[in-house]
Each structure stands twice: as structure tokens, then as C-alpha cells.
Ligand binder design. Sequence first.
Ligand code: HEM
Length: 170
Amino acid sequence: MVRYSPVARALHWSIALLILFNLWLGFFRGSLPKDWQVMPIHKSVGLTVLALTLLRIIWRLTHRPPSLPVAMPGWEKLAANATHFIFYALMLILPLTGWIMSSANTRPLSWFFLFDVPKFGVTKGDAIYGISHEAHELLPWLWVALIALHIGAALRHHFVVKDDVLRRML
Ligand code: HEM
């Protein structure tokens, strides 16, 4: 079995955990304890996802991943490739729209209270602010749906089709 490289696996699982954590912080921010600093942590985690995603894209473009099983039907290969492409787009667009939104704030944007992150020159009256705000509210739902599909497909490969698709990412 040809596995994904250790770097590809480390990036896959660390980014996956950070995204799930950030979806939870984002959706439940209103009901989490006030002293948890939910939004500064949400923003820091999201910026980390963006940085790791840039590394991941560079790695992906310079290292060929193991190919999909030969027995996999064409429609399934297309669905897998489309889902993976949309994931990459979301991993870039969601943190970027959050960053744009937070740039319109007067408060500094910090990375885990360690250092300040530069902001875009955006105000709340700009069209890009409104678009980013809408996108940052709607796209997490698309993400939740695609994550369910992705996990469902991985489990189906492991338990029903019984091929190496899940094992080579473990
Ligand atoms: C993996 C990356 C990220 C994910 C999965 C994520 C997810 C979410 C979710 C689910 C919400 C709640 C949306 C709703 O109202 O229903 C949210 C809100 C928010 N996020 Fe993120 N986010 C990410 C990155 C970022 C980044 C990098 C920033 C800023 C630097 C940010 C700033 C915000 C802000 C300010 C809100 C509140 C928006 C409002 O006032 O309605 N997010 N995020």
C-alpha cells in the first residue's frame, strides 16, 4: 500500500482538528463562557489554519499523492476530487474572510496574544466587508455538509468497499 507521506498526514490531521475546533467555537461562541476569550482564540486558530493550508498546498503541488484505486468508478473519482478541491478553497476563503472582517475592527488582531497580525485597510462600509461577513456565515454550513460527506465516504471505503483509501491517510 502506498501511503500519504508523513508530512501530508500530519498536515491533514492537524488542520482537520483545528477546523473542527474552530467550527465549534464559531457556532457556539454565544453560549461559551465569557472568560474563555473565545473570539481571540477563534481568530488565532483560523489564522493558523490559513498558514498551514499554504504549506499544505505547496506540499501538495510538489509531492504527488497516492492515486485513487483503479477499481473506483469515474463518478466517485470526480466526486472525491471535487470535494477535495472545495476543501482547499474553503481552507483559504474562510480564514481570509474572517481576517478581512476582523480588520475593520478597532481592536488589534493578535495571534494567541503573542504578537499582532497586520490588518487589511477595510472599513465596515466597504462592499468587501459585507461580502466577507455573509460568506463567513454561510460557508461554514457548506463545510459541515462536505465534512459529513468526506467522513462518510472514508468510512464506506474502509468498512464496505474494504480498500486502503482510509488506511493510507492514517
Ligand atoms: C478554519 C477557519 C475558520 C472557521 C472554520 C471559522 C468558522 C466560523 C463560524 C462557524 C462562525 C459562526 C458563523 C455564524 O454566525 O453562524 C464564525 C464567526 C466568526 N469568525 Fe470565523 N472561522 C474561521 C476563521 C476565522 C478567522 C481567521 C477570523 C479572523 C481573523 C475569524 C473571525 C470570525 C468572526 C469575527 C466571527 C463572528 C462574525 C459575526 O460577527 O457574525 N474566523 N467563524
